[in-house]
Design a protein around this ligand. Structure first.
Ligand SMILES: Cc1cc2nc3c(=O)[nH]c(=O)nc-3n(C[C@H](O)[C@H](O)[C@H](O)COP(=O)(O)OP(=O)(O)OC[C@H]3O[C@@H](n4cnc5c(N)ncnc54)[C@H](O)[C@@H]3O)c2cc1C
Ligand code: SF4
Ligand code: SF4
Length: 362
């Protein structure tokens, strides 16, 4: 083989093709089993040269070539595929039945309620989640219900929660639950296929909706604005809300935080966590409720059991909301497909064409 043609698809590949191109999503998947890759807060760095040609770190990365069709097959089998919303069997408006969880949760608390239920049922024995608050978030390995409860609430930065997966394995957890942004959901599905890192120990994947996240510069921004002590942050369509510890709320125009959006998010093809067992987002209408997308058999069973046990309440997804959701997702995906750096998206040409021709309609 000619030296010049060697492709270093290990840490050196991550460095050149992902980190230097500002495509790293800070999912954390490449961290934890190799001493050469570290996180520093919300930055990932390769700290030592490594010229492996086929590194696990590179394979797991959601910004290395991603065979979406193959991953879909492995998660959903032959289920029908919707090119806009991804494979799903049902959509709901949903919320936690528990008022305590709803008060702690970002919207309806569905993620927290389902995670707690999954732990009580023994479906998971631990969970990787994002703790802390809006002005200082960090990855957390949850091993108790109390831990999970305390993680509730959205942190709008890129918290590298998957970096703790090896710690979970070393601690003997065999059924790890993942709650994550869509990029982390994709990485989790790649991880599940890699025995060397015990990826088969991932037992449940709950995905969040996510159209973009913010860089860690948010923390200094909040300091400058005197908002370091805010306990909660929310980004509805008309601005950014910060809830202060004394209960008062401050709203800033969206334009003020727009420069903090991470570059990689502009190249992100999957705003709805399409490979998750269930995906959860806002309703954009009712702050105390979530949109819940049920995708895999595991997700279907979990939602049915949780509903039967009085853990979550389900309402039919309103027909008039569907075109709004589809349009938002279609626009985002189309923009990304048209970008020159979207080469990591491994979907067949026919799918790209039918997606764009379809215009987001059902
Ligand atoms: C960066 C980001 C962008 C988002 N953008 C959108 C959007 O555009 N549209 C939309 O409808 N919804 C978006 N969401 C999802 C939304 O904010 C809620 O997380 C979701 O609706 C679940 O609500 P809940 O009440 O069930 O959450 P909760 O019950 O409060 O649970 C939230 C869970 O999310 C985990 N979490 C919080 N922050 C992060 C993070 N940064 N990385 C990984 N895990 C995290 C927590 O550990 C917790 O387990 C976004 C979330 C994040 C983190
Ligand atoms: S695996 Fe995740 S954290 Fe590592 S380089 Fe890729 S995107 Fe970044
Ligand atoms: S927009 Fe995409 S890349 Fe950015 S945090 Fe959300 S899922 Fe990850």
């Amino acid at each position: 083989m000619e030296i010049s043609k060697v492709e270093y698809n290990g840490a050196a590949g991550l460095q050149k093709k992902v980190l230097e191109r500002r495509l790293c999503t800070v999912c954390g998947a490449c961290v934890g089993y190799c001493p050469y890759i570290k996180t520093f807060g919300e930055q990932v760095a390769v700290i030592h040269d490594c010229n492996i040609c086929d590194g696990v770190c590179y394979r797991l990365c959601p910004r290395s070539f991603t065979d979406y069709e193959g991953l879909r097959q492995s998660v959903f089998g032959a289920e029908d595929f919707d090119p806009v919303l991804g494979t799903h069997t049902s959509l709901y408006f949903a919320r936690a039945e528990s008022e305590k969880i709803r008060a702690q949760g970002q919207y309806g608390g569905v993620v927290t309620a389902l995670s707690l239920f999954a732990m009580q049922q023994g479906l998971i024995d631990s969970a990787l989640m994002a703790g802390g608050g809006p002005s200082g978030a960090r990855p957390f390995l949850c091993s108790t219900s109390q831990d999970i409860f305390e993680m509730a609430g959205s942190k709008y930065t890129a918290v590298p929660t998957l970096s703790l997966f090896q710690e979970a394995v070393k601690n003997g957890f065999q059924r790890v639950g993942i709650v994550g942004r869509p990029c982390q959901v994709t990485a989790s599905r790649k991880m599940q296929q890699v025995k060397e890192i015990s990826g088969q120990n991932i037992a449940l994947v709950i995905g969040l909706f996510c159209f973009w996240s913010l860089s860690a510069e948010l923390y200094s921004f909040l300091q400058e604005k005197g908002l370091s002590n805010c306990s909660r942050m929310d980004i509805p369509r008309d601005g950014v809300n910060f809830l202060q510890e004394d209960g008062s709320q401050i709203t800033l125009p969206l334009e003020e935080i727009r420069p903090l959006i991470k570059d990689t998010c502009l190249a992100c093809y999957d705003p709805l966590s399409e490979l998750a067992d269930v995906s959860v987002g806002s309703t954009e209408q009712y702050p105390g409720w979530n949109t819940l997308v049920v995708r895999s058999n595991r997700g279907r069973q979990l939602v049915a059991d949780a509903n039967k046990a009085g853990i979550i309440e389900l309402q039919p997804y309103p027909h008039d909301r569907l075109p709004v959701l589809r349009r938002a997702v279609f626009q985002k995906k189309k923009r990304v497909l048209e970008r020159p750096d979207s080469t990591y998206i491994g979907i067949p040409d026919w799918e790209k064409e039918s997606f764009i021709k379809g215009g987001g309609e059902e």
